[in-house]
Write a protein of this length. Structure first.
Length: 255
């Protein structure tokens, strides 16, 4: 675990996360259209900061939607939070994971081929322009991505057209330490016990910005999004701690 001085320690009091619902979650937001994409939107319309959530390959799961609601209103800083539907109604079926058969591996490979992270990263600058038009009170946008979405965060925040002031990656897929060298904004990376330790460590070392890198050793790839088993008390605790850690980092490093 590493924390640069700008984000040292955790202030649990900064967050007031409501009781997490294990099953049958009722979303607090609503679906809208932004730049031609179905988009889940939550949080106050007069918020001055907003967060774009890039879901994992499984799309709109209750655990991910609940996470967006947590981000929107659990801190003293309220956020407008949006989850655009990059897959346009065709997410990866969760039954394909883990890819333990040849057919599943083939299907997953085809899905990633159809939905490459660089494609979404390239669309985000224009998507943020559309968000600015729809939510004029929001003056600054951050981004959080899960698994596949974590890769998108690395790509967009290291690119020349990055529109985000801060970034978060949770159990990111395809961790590439080389990308960390070019990331231009404060970044938090929360790894599960399934991401390669050596790559996470090298990524951390290559970051030249305010950072917090931490591995949740006993959690699976996906514990803050679609694959989270919130009926398991330990998973639920670490799901909550993960969102608290992100909110704390954003509060301290997003000016």
């Amino acid at each position: 675990m590493s924390t640069m001085p700008a984000s040292h320690g955790h202030n649990e009091a900064c967050c007031n996360i409501p009781p997490v619902v294990s099953t049958g979650y009722s979303a607090k937001g609503a679906y809208d259209d932004v730049d031609g994409l179905k988009t889940y939107a939550t949080g106050p319309d007069d918020a001055t900061k907003g967060i774009v959530v890039v879901y994992d390959i499984f799309g709109y799961f209750d655990q991910t939607v609940q996470g967006a609601d947590i981000l929107a209103t659990s801190d003293h800083q309220k956020y407008k939070v949006v989850i655009p539907d990059w897959f346009k109604g065709e997410p990866c079926p969760i039954e394909w994971y883990p890819p333990n058969t040849e057919e599943k591996r083939k299907n997953l490979g085809a899905f990633f081929g159809k939905n490459p992270p660089p494609g979404v990263a390239g669309k985000l600058p224009d998507f943020v322009k559309a968000l600015n038009a729809k939510y004029p009170s929001v003056k600054s946008w951050g981004i959080i991505g899960f698994c596949w979405g974590g890769k998108v965060v690395s790509l967009v925040t290291s690119g020349e057209s990055n529109p985000f002031a801060i970034g978060a990656e949770c159990h990111p897929a395809m961790v590439d330490p080389k990308e960390a060298e070019s990331i231009k904004v404060p970044l938090i990376l929360l790894a599960s016990g399934e991401e390669p330790d050596d790559k996470v460590k090298a990524f951390e070392e290559n970051l030249k910005v305010p950072k917090h890198v931490e591995t949740f050793k006993d959690q699976i790839h996906g514990w803050m999004a679609a694959r989270s088993d919130l009926s398991d008390a330990r998973v639920k605790d670490e799901y909550i701690r993960g969102y608290k850690t992100v909110l704390d980092f954003f509060a301290k490093n997003w000016s």
